[in-house]
Design a binder for this molecule. Structure first.
Ligand SMILES: [Fe+2]
Length: 388
């Protein structure tokens, strides 16, 4: 929990209160809202639910309810700001640690506490919000990270087959009963897959630029023409030439789907994606935020998944063709609003995590979901096609 909080505060450290409170985009919360929401989620689950204590600020929690308060109106709410916000984070954390001293994580009687579930939930929640914060941070001119790592360089043969074959048959999908996973990743179940081909690597900027040129479709978010037939992209106020060897990012599901069809292929289903990711090494992937960007295709080429695919984890979330639906036998836990409220044909599933995703969120069974028109997430794609 302390590590997660250190990262949150480190990402926000270069920013003034005015920047935390500013609305940069109607589809992204002001950073001050995210920060208050992180503390409020902790207060709700650990202090109130587990510790059975009264909240510090009465009805404050209503302002931080993500479903009650759409992003576009979050800055108009009387949320905590400045010193008051920071004090709230610290006060909640102090009470959380007091509750932690008292609880029995071993008895297994309370499913919230068994195996420390509620603590894992809290850490995962904070990690996921720092990724959302990075979507906004890259829109802030002149942002300078406190700490950053060089993007991993390609370390293997970049040339290779364009697609790799995944054998058909029964595939195990979803998270097993042990360890932390969200309700929507469970239960683990078998699905019958036909054999299929999947791109060995994510679609690159070079590939996507060709698609844009040929079809006159819009370029990805943050791209501008460089006046010389190529593209530049803006992040944190800096303008750099688009690197043709990096995975394309900030495309919508509709654009990803159109690219796949243009290429004579299709998007993989999420089950196909998960089968292709089997054996991918979460420790050999561009994850965990501090590279502040994608690695060129071929980074960690010596650590492919079992079928030979690269970059299954890290760099960019990958759009799949699948709607966000319940697995057979799904049970909502610990609250229906986490997953169940989003099931249906409105949202599309993304898999694999991006450079901005914390490492322990990027497990191969993790299901992200978003609206098919969304482009602000760190999303790209890879294509698939039937093998027979
Ligand atoms: Fe949240």
């Amino acid at each position: 929990m302390e590590e997660a909080r250190r990262r949150t505060l480190q990402l926000l450290a270069p920013l003034a209160d005015e920047q935390l409170n500013r609305v940069y985009s109607p589809i992204l919360s002001p950073l001050a809202w995210d920060l208050g929401h992180i503390a409020n989620f902790e207060e709700l689950w650990l202090v109130q639910t587990v510790g059975d204590l009264e909240p510090l600020h009465g009805e404050l929690g209503r302002l931080y309810d993500a479903i009650e308060n759409p992003r576009a109106i979050r800055n108009e709410l009387p949320i905590l700001r400045g010193a008051e916000l920071r004090a709230y984070l610290e006060d909640v954390r102090g009470r959380t640690l007091e509750v932690l001293e008292e609880v029995d994580l071993e008895s297994g009687e309370d499913p919230l506490l068994a195996g420390g579930f509620v603590y894992e939930l809290l850490i995962a929640h904070e990690h996921q919000h720092t990724e959302t914060m990075l979507q906004l941070i890259q829109m802030i001119d002149g942002y300078e990270p406190v700490e950053s790592n060089a993007t991993p360089e390609p370390n293997g043969v970049v040339d290779g087959p364009e697609m790799v074959l995944v054998d058909g048959g029964l595939a195990e999908i979803g998270a097993g009963p042990e360890g932390f996973a969200y309700d929507n990743e469970r239960p683990r179940h078998m699905v019958e897959l036909d054999p299929f081909w999947i791109d060995r690597a994510p679609v690159t900027n070079g590939d996507y630029a060709e698609f844009v040129r040929e079809t006159r479709t819009d370029p990805p978010m943050y791209w501008e023409p460089d006046g010389d037939g190529w593209w530049v992209r803006t992040a944190m106020g800096r303008c750099d030439a688009v690197d043709p060897a990096e995975p394309v990012v900030h495309v919508s599901w509709h654009e990803a789907d159109a690219f796949a069809r243009w290429a004579g292929k299709r998007l993989p289903t999420e089950q196909e994606w998960e089968a292709a990711a089997r054996g991918a090494d979460v420790d050999r992937a561009n994850l965990d935020q501090l590279s502040f960007g994608c690695a060129r295709v071929g980074a960690f080429a010596d650590a492919p998944s079992d079928c030979g695919a690269l970059h299954m984890l890290g760099d960019v979330w990958e759009w799949t063709s699948s709607d966000f639906l319940a697995y057979p036998g799904f049970q909502a836990f610990p609250y229906p609003e986490y997953s169940e409220a989003f099931f249906g044909d409105t949202y599309k599933v993304l898999r694999g995590g991006a450079w901005a995703t914390r490492r322990n969120v990027a497990r191969a069974t993790f299901r992200n979901w978003d609206l098919p028109q969304r482009r602000q997430i760190f999303a790209g794609l890879r294509c698939a096609k039937d093998a027979n």
